[in-house]
Design a protein around this ligand. Structure first.
Ligand code: AMP
Length: 399
């Protein structure tokens, strides 16, 4: 069965078609600038020499998905003769609140629940819904599955997910920790169990999803026990442009001095902070590493702060789970940044973590990077959220 995986952002859309259950990627693509005048679709058929690029106004997601479907059926660049060949569509949905503990078939109740989570994911959930509704319009009757970034984290115990704010805000507005990157943490933790030849229920894992957005998850008995992102993806690690954990009182303090509104403060914390804010160079780790290597002290400070915070969470999660069997590195920086991985694992021998420098000299490959003597295994596992979405979609529609 061919499964179309769609990840709708507010002005962009990423897609892949995978053959399931063989897990073969058939094509992938990106639509940029939806709603703007210079919208563009870039479609890549796996194995083809050239990309197919379409520049055409795409005022909304329905038009964009219409062009994606045309590209899938194109005699030259396409991957199917008719839409009947697409068995199902899987959608990445940002926020499922506490309503979704797993992926589910899209129906009116599911859409209503995604809609009710819009206050928690105001930028993403409306776009995710637009993607679902566009597919309903263009492929009536096609089964669709919703896969939530938050669902994997719903097993956290209350002591991990509650904030020590007045309880009424939890009751009135569902203010609590939800966590994100759940699809990635679930995918790599299942792979880790496979690599270690153990049942995931017998493992204590710390999964480090280190990309532009970054989060850690503590996974015990195959379930998420704690995670570093919170009500929104702002909490936790120092990220490309997000500040992560700070003293909350710093914000009213700065806002008062600068005459900043709540909205401006939110933008400052989400878009102007983190690696970019401290280094003043870039949000991209490669640029910041290059600047640090040329002697830029603020760039080095930003990287040191990033590493310090990851270590902080690894220590915390090992303590919370009463041990750790393996640490997983994944996502852009986790898969490619050997210097950062080495810095994180340095001086962690008290926890039984010892990296093998030669094994660590690797990029984007599923492999063990700890030494044979290391009590805790350190694993590099490329994430594949689209595959996880396709797996869930296939499982649900063939059940
Ligand atoms: P992601 O959000 O998962 O796509 O990850 C993006 C981040 O990974 C960016 O900040 C990149 O700088 C970083 N990254 C990608 N490749 C490398 C690399 N070779 N070395 C260091 N960082 C990298």
């Amino acid at each position: 069965m061919k499964v179309l995986v769609i990840n709708c952002g507010s002005s962009s859309l990423k897609y892949q078609v995978l053959d399931m259950p063989s897990e073969q990627l058939i094509c992938k693509g990106l639509v940029e600038k939806i709603g703007l005048k210079d919208s563009m679709l870039t479609h890549t058929k796996i194995g083809a020499d050239e990309k197919f690029v379409l520049q055409s106004p795409m005022p909304d997601h329905t038009t964009a998905i219409g062009h994606v479907l045309d590209a899938l059926l194109d005699p030259e660049h396409g991957v199917a003769k008719s839409l009947y060949e697409i068995g199902a569509v899987g959608h990445r949905i940002l926020h499922g609140g506490d309503k979704f503990t797993a992926s589910c078939l899209v129906d009116e109740k599911c859409k209503e629940a995604i809609r009710s989570c819009i206050p928690l994911g105001p930028l993403h959930n409306p776009a995710n819904l637009m993607g679902i509704e566009a597919c309903e319009k263009l492929m009536p009757g096609k089964p669709q599955v919703a896969v939530f970034d938050t669902a994997f984290h719903q097993t956290m115990p209350p002591e991990a997910f509650m904030y020590a704010l007045p309880y009424e805000y939890y009751e009135k507005y569902a203010v609590r920790k939800y966590g994100f990157h759940g699809t990635s943490h679930r995918f790599v933790s299942a792979k880790a169990a496979e690599m270690l030849g153990k049942d995931i229920k017998d493992l204590k894992l710390i999964s480090c999803h280190l990309g532009n957005g970054a989060s850690l998850a503590a996974i015990k008995d195959g379930k998420c026990f704690d995670t570093s992102m919170g009500l929104t993806p702002l909490e936790g690690l120092v990220m490309g442009t997000r500040c992560g954990d700070i003293d909350p009182a710093a914000i009213p303090f700065i806002a008062e001095k600068e005459g900043m509104s709540f909205k401006e403060a939110d933008t400052m914390m989400n878009k102007k902070s983190g690696i970019l804010g401290v280094s003043g160079v870039s949000s991209d780790f490669r640029d910041v590493e290059a600047a640090a290597n040329e002697g830029n002290a603020r760039a080095q400070l930003a990287l040191d702060m990033f590493v310090h915070r990851v270590k902080h969470y690894i220590g915390a999660y090992a303590a919370e789970m009463n041990g750790v069997d393996a640490i997983i590195f994944t996502a852009g920086l986790g898969e490619n940044g050997k210097t950062t991985r080495a810095a994180i694992c340095k001086d962690m021998d008290y926890l039984g973590i010892e990296l093998d420098p030669e094994r660590n000299d690797v990029r984007g490959k599923e492999t063990v990077i700890s030494s044979d003597a290391s009590r805790v295994k350190v694993l590099l596992i490329p994430t594949n959220e689209e595959l996880m979405i396709a797996m869930d979609t296939y499982d649900i529609v063939t059940k």
